[in-house]
Design a protein. Structure first.
Length: 385
């Protein structure tokens, strides 16, 4: 282990920002060291910090300081690369506004220099930032730009895999599960060919999840029995998503809860998987409650709770949402803890068409009335003149 790595780890463990800044200043100001050696040392510091958990604030501080040194030393290419790193650090630290400002400026320079590889990397990062702040429209726009540039040049297969993964995320979050599945399949094939096991398993897991979101549970076994996927079917990540698909296929809340506890880290440690499973679980709960309610005109919430195996307050919350979304027609009598259900009123097409016609006639009469008032005012004015 080099002296630099040892020193950086010591400063990081003590969370000593001032000491670390002074150490970097000392390296930058060393007149006996060549600029190439200084650059090598500075990059080693950043690489070391990148591998230390919870050190993003240190990374940002050191990267900003290193950029200032690159400016003063007229190292424009180094400055550009460091600013690209800084934008990544801002994104990882949740400073999305700063990241976007920096990305916008770097992207202008990349397009001016016609550096398409850099443009792809920056637009991919821009898509990640917009996705993080839940602006999927802009995330899609940035990703489209990245893919257009990527298609016109040769790019690193790992970068191509990342483009496919994040394209899958964006489409999945927009509920376009078919397109998302196709991107995850491309990423899976790519990572498998590169023998990147962790990324391959993640891609396969997302692909199965998208099949689950499409209600195509019968296709999951077919996917896992394919030539490239069969070797990963015994991995705990794949087993977890396969087991949870069985719970949804059985329409069993109890089974889902048991599997969730058993594979908690695998199912809920990934935000994308967690969000999609939440959507499926909410639909499963509503479906089970709707099935329970079918024969009743009124029913105690506590009885529904026993039948679906959930807490009374949770059942009440779900039913309230279902009433608001007009999935069931009824009211909750909170004093007595009873759900009162009404027969669904069939819509009267003649009545609704009649109401629409009356509304349109009302608008026409108002418009004619306004014109008549305007004519009277103009006539009165001309008479006075």
């Amino acid at each position: 282990m080099s002296e630099i790595v040892t020193s950086i780890k010591q400063y990081s463990s003590n969370n000593d920002i001032n000491g670390l800044n002074n150490y970097v200043q000392k390296i930058c100001g060393d007149k006996t060291m060549s600029k190439a050696k200084i650059v090598k040392n500075l990059l080693e510091i950043l690489d070391t910090l990148s591998g230390i958990p919870n050190s993003s604030h240190l990374l940002i501080s050191i990267c900003e300081q290193t950029i200032e040194w690159a400016k003063s030393s007229n190292r424009s290419y180094l400055k550009q690369k460091l600013e690209q790193r800084l934008a990544q650090y801002y994104y990882e630290n949740g400073q999305c506004s700063k990241a976007l400002t920096l990305i916008t400026e770097l992207l202008k320079n990349a397009k001016r220099m016609d550096d398409k590889v850099l443009a792809v990397e920056l637009q991919l990062l821009e898509a990640k930032v917009h996705r993080k702040v839940k602006n999927l429209t802009k995330a899609r726009g940035a990703m489209t730009g990245a893919r257009v540039d990527a298609n016109s040049i040769y790019i690193n297969p790992i970068l191509q895999g990342e483009l496919d993964i994040y394209s899958g995320f964006i489409n999945g979050e927009e509920h376009d599960y078919i397109t998302a599945a196709s991107y995850f399949y491309e990423a899976f094939e790519n990572y498998h060919s590169l023998s990147l096991k962790t990324q391959t398993i993640s891609s396969l897991k997302y692909l199965i999840l998208m099949k689950l979101m499409q209600q195509k549970i019968n296709e999951i076994d077919f996917v896992l029995s394919s030539k490239n996927a069969i070797g990963y079917s015994d991995d705990i990540e794949i087993i977890s998503i396969k087991e949870v698909s069985k719970a949804f296929n059985a329409r069993s809340i109890e089974m889902y809860n048991e599997i969730s506890k058993k594979f908690n880290n695998q199912l809920f440690g990934d935000e994308f998987v967690k969000e999609n499973l939440t959507i499926l679980y909410d639909a499963l709960v509503q479906e089970n409650i709707a099935r329970v309610l079918e024969p009743y005109s009124s029913i105690e919430l506590s009885h529904i709770s026993k039948l679906v195996g959930m807490e009374v307050h949770t059942v009440e919350k779900v039913i309230s949402i279902m009433i608001l979304e007009e999935k069931i027609n009824g009211i909750i009598d909170q004093n007595n803890g009873i759900l009162i259900l009404y027969d669904d009123v069939k819509s009267n097409k003649i009545l609704s068409n009649g109401i629409t016609l009356i509304e349109e006639l009302s608008k026409a009469i108002d418009s004619l009335n306004d014109k008549a008032i305007k004519v009277i005012q103009e006539t009165t004015l001309s008479t006075q003149l």
